[in-house]
Write a protein that binds this ligand. Structure first.
Ligand code: 5AD
Ligand code: SF4
Length: 441
């Protein structure tokens, strides 16, 4: 019996697919690459923007023929798209050949859903919001991310940024007990993982629901940093309103935590930030960046930006461009605002037309690529610590790695080095990617 999982969206989904693969492998399914070979095809979906949904719908639609040819094929859909109100009904109307639909709260039940479908031949739909995080976290995991392992520290989001669907499809914040996270990380380090990425929609509010002053994100980081292994630690995503000076100080004094912060600003205009319900101003954001730079001089930042939020004027947009230049992000993830059903921003007047949104996006990307190129060029001539992560997919004899500031770097070397820390002298850069050569210590 073979399975194929198609994952869309963020790292949270990537990691959840590792858990779903773990369940399938426990049931003696083995992975395959081609849809025609699969006995079960699972779509782990994303609902963040309309474009993501359309892409997924097109992919599901393509399976109609396959299902006709192979009546035993099971097609399942889970993730953020299926969790939305009335979506299971809509999906089944559009794609009556789908067998199983379940939501973001029910992934631990995947095995039961498959068994039910096989036994009854009836459609299985379950998007009830039951939180059983202990059950969730003891799930087997089929990790696929090489030397890096993802670890959930919390689920859900309480922030309700007005453009965002996540709080509606992922529910309220629930933190895992600190001891559970620490023991999972320690186990992974024992197994030989060299990088740990902590995951949560808003990692800085870790522990708010645990009512224990020892369970804060800074304390969790400190505890993990004290583990006596050779490893690097990073996390995502941080909310600028919640990241504390204690967290920044912890990074500064740590041994293992990346000198890199993904701190999504979304807009450089205080007025737009207000409408987005982000609960910080342009100035407050820049203040946090300044503090981090003062404590960690070689720190790199990345960010998410939305262009064309309702009422965004040319002036608001230029505020974003100037903020991006001022911070100097190593990497920027840029998005065109997409109206999401049920969110507050859906009802706002002043929706920006698509041509303007596209034009702003292009200008933002242009100004960012110049900046990112300059940032990368600063590394030339320096020798940096690198974790070797993979072989280069295109350049024969070359390896891929990451610096402690989360920059991608490639260099010649033998694949036996994968998973090791090496020193690399940077020789050149192209856009954001560095090329170098290993130096012997
Ligand atoms: N439209 C466009 N981008 C969005 N994001 C979240 N919701 C929307 C939306 N409705 C972006 C934000 C967030 C990232 C994961 O996706 O920038 O940080
Ligand atoms: Fe969405 Fe805002 Fe929560 Fe991030 S913090 S998941 S953007 S609501």
């Amino acid at each position: 019996m073979k399975y194929l999982i198609k994952t869309y969206g963020c790292q949270m989904n990537v990691h959840e697919s590792e858990k779903l693969a773990g369940i399938l492998e426990d049931m003696k399914y083995t992975p395959c690459e081609k849809e025609e070979e699969a006995d079960i095809i699972l779509f782990n979906t994303c609902a963040i923007r309309e474009s993501a949904e359309q892409k997924i719908y097109a992919h599901i639609g393509e399976l109609k023929k396959l299902k006709k040819e192979n009546k035993n094929l099971i097609i399942a859909i889970c993730g953020c798209m299926s969790q939305q109100k009335n979506y299971p009904e809509n999906i089944l109307k559009k794609f009556p050949f789908v067998d199983i639909i379940f939501g973001t709260h029910n992934i631990a039940e995947f095995k039961t859903f498959i068994e039910k479908r096989k036994a009854t031949k009836k459609k299985v739909v379950d998007i009830t919001e039951v939180e059983n995080i202990i059950k969730r976290d003891t799930m087997p995991k089929k990790r696929t991310s090489g030397v890096n392992a993802w670890v959930n520290i919390m689920y859900g989001c309480n922030n309700f940024c007005t453009y965002c669907i996540v709080p509606y499809v992922r529910g309220r914040e629930i933190s895992r007990p600190l001891e559970d996270v620490v023991s999972e990380v320690e186990e992974l380090l024992k197994q030989g993982y060299k990088q740990i990425t902590l995951l949560g929609q808003n990692v800085n509010s870790y522990g708010n629901d645990l009512n224990d002053e020892n369970c804060t994100f800074a304390k969790l980081l400190q505890k993990l940093d004290s583990l006596n292994y050779d490893f690097w630690l990073t996390f995502m995503t941080s909310h600028p309103k919640d990241i504390s000076t204690e967290v920044i100080d912890t990074i500064a004094s740590s041994k293992h935590i990346f000198h890199y912060l993904h701190l999504p600003v979304q807009s450089g205009s205080t007025q737009i930030l207000k409408l987005m319900n982000r609960r910080y101003t342009r100035e407050a954001y820049l203040e946090k960046i300044k503090y981090a730079k003062s404590k960690i001089p070689d720190i790199e930042f990345s960010s998410d930006i939305i262009v064309g939020f309702p009422t965004e004027t040319e002036e608001d947009f230029l505020d974003t461009v100037s903020l991006v230049q001022e911070v100097g992000y190593a990497q920027l993830f840029t998005f065109i605002y997409s109206k999401r059903r049920g969110t507050v921003a859906e009802k706002l007047d002043g929706q920006v037309d698509l041509a303007t949104k596209k034009e702003r996006l292009r200008r933002l990307i242009d100004s960012q690529s110049k900046k990112a190129t300059e940032i990368a060029e600063k590394y030339i001539g320096k020798t940096v610590d690198v974790l070797v992560t993979d072989i280069h997919p295109k350049k024969k004899g070359f390896l891929l790695g990451s610096t402690f500031t989360n920059k991608n770097i490639n260099f010649a070397g033998d694949s036996s080095l994968i998973g090791q820390f090496v020193k690399v002298k940077v020789l050149s850069s192209k856009l954001t990617v560095l090329t170098g050569e290993i130096v012997k210590e």
